[in-house]
Write a protein of this length. Structure first.
Length: 111
């Protein structure tokens, strides 16, 4: 008679597989180029722009989620400068869903 796995094994496997993309995003902070950055969701777009400027990064676009932006990383400091400016997370924008963005010019979500 085959033995069945306990229910917690299935739950653990699901939790692990759901957590892998998040771990990949955190572990794959790009050394240069573009990065998705998550700040405090209560920050306004003006505050996000100010924080990016303090870090020496230029905004490519605002993300669809509150407090998220995609930036061109500065030549010096990179993700460390963004974290010093208050970023909670700096990751590869492709891994974090680079298509979920908002138009920088007028703030309307892209279709």
């Amino acid at each position: 008679m085959p033995s069945r796995l306990p229910p917690f094994c299935l739950a653990a496997a699901l939790a692990l597989s759901a957590g892998l993309p998040v771990f990949g995003a955190v572990a794959s902070t790009p050394p240069g180029g573009q990065a998705a950055v998550l700040f405090d969701p209560r920050m306004t777009r003006a505050e996000l722009a100010e924080a990016a400027a303090r870090a020496g990064a230029s905004i490519v676009r605002f993300g669809a989620a509150p407090g998220s932006i995609v930036v061109e990383l500065p030549d010096s400091g990179g993700s460390g400068a963004l974290r010093a400016a208050g970023a909670w997370l700096v990751a590869d924008p492709i891994i974090l869903g680079g298509c979920a963005s908002a138009n920088l010019a007028n703030g309307d979500p892209k279709p």
